[in-house]
Design a protein around this ligand. Sequence first.
Ligand SMILES: *Cc1c(COP(=O)(O)O)cnc(C)c1O
Length: 386
Amino acid sequence: MSETFLPFCRPQISPDDIAAVTAVLNSGWITTGAKTAALEAAFCELTGARHAVAMSSATAALHLYLLAKGIGPGAEVITPSLTWVSTVNLITLLGATPVYVDVDRDNLMTTADAIERAITPRTKLIIPVHFAGAPLDLDPIRALAAAHGIPLLEDTAHALGTLYKGIPVGRGADSIFSLQAIKNVTAAEGGVLVTDDDELAAKLRRLRFHGLGVDAYDRATQGRNPQAEVMEPGFKYNLPDMCSVLATSQLARLDRINARRAELAARYHELLRELSQEQPQVQPLAAPAWPHKHSWHLFVVRVPERDTFIEAMKAQGIGCGIHFRAVHQQKYYRELHAKSGAPLPHALPNTEWNSARICSLPLFPDMTAADVERVVQAMRTVLTTR
Ligand SMILES: *Cc1c(COP(=O)(O)O)cnc(C)c1O
């Protein structure tokens, strides 16, 4: 190939981002401090949540949330299998049981009906996933959780800037955003949990920093209070200022980032409409029926013989991703279920159908329209020459 490799994702780092990180490096305080507090304030402003707690990853935030909710042996947690592995890993590591629910065939999100069928007296938490930048149908899901008195944690890792019926995702429910490198806004690594629950926020702040009675950063002393003592054993999941400031700088242009992603996605849709006429097995996801604003975290398309397709695209100089392989079909979980001999409590036909076919095409703000055309042309070549 004469053209350079087009990766599936590349973070957009602006001169302002670099200046902001450099200023922290020159400031004498690089770990958790005022810049992390500013990032948390920006998340409160964006979502309207009372509290935002920044951590070293969304996975870390999820870990502490599960602990705070007392998830352990005997507890069941309802979640799709078409999710990032960390959710199911942590449920499993805590000795609890993941109960998988199927997703819609064309938007990859679970529904209140599927969740309701999976509720038992042991259900202690529900973790649905906003997928690819589209919102879940939240009204029925939130009503269901409230009616059963079961906590609801929304996985909003894909949904920064997404609106559901005009309201930002993350408002009105405990939610976890990720700032990992491929996400719409990044801190290199990081996660932010938003909540309206004062007690929960205080507990998470303690647990993220050794269980000390104070945060890493004490405003009065411009550092760590040397008198702080352990209130309960905690972890080391704080997010450094060096990382936070990068995310805050990017957050200031979130509207532009997401608008650019939407333009590129629109171009994909135009070109794929033509390609689908020749190749009916090429199917982009469908937009949800409810009013929403999409944040276009991923552009997912279903293709035949996905694994060889991705290899062939790579040979054409184009990187693709998979979001996600169904967790229950991955080695450890496959073997665990095989050993138990019992079938999964709920059939997952749409999850399994999609898990074999989904492919995430390159999508990042610095891509050009010509890059999109190149991707679809490569798809045409790959699909017609095998
Ligand atoms: C990225 C992602 C996570 C995990 O985020 P980290 O910050 O990498 O821990 C969780 N859930 C979903 C759906 C994700 O895409």
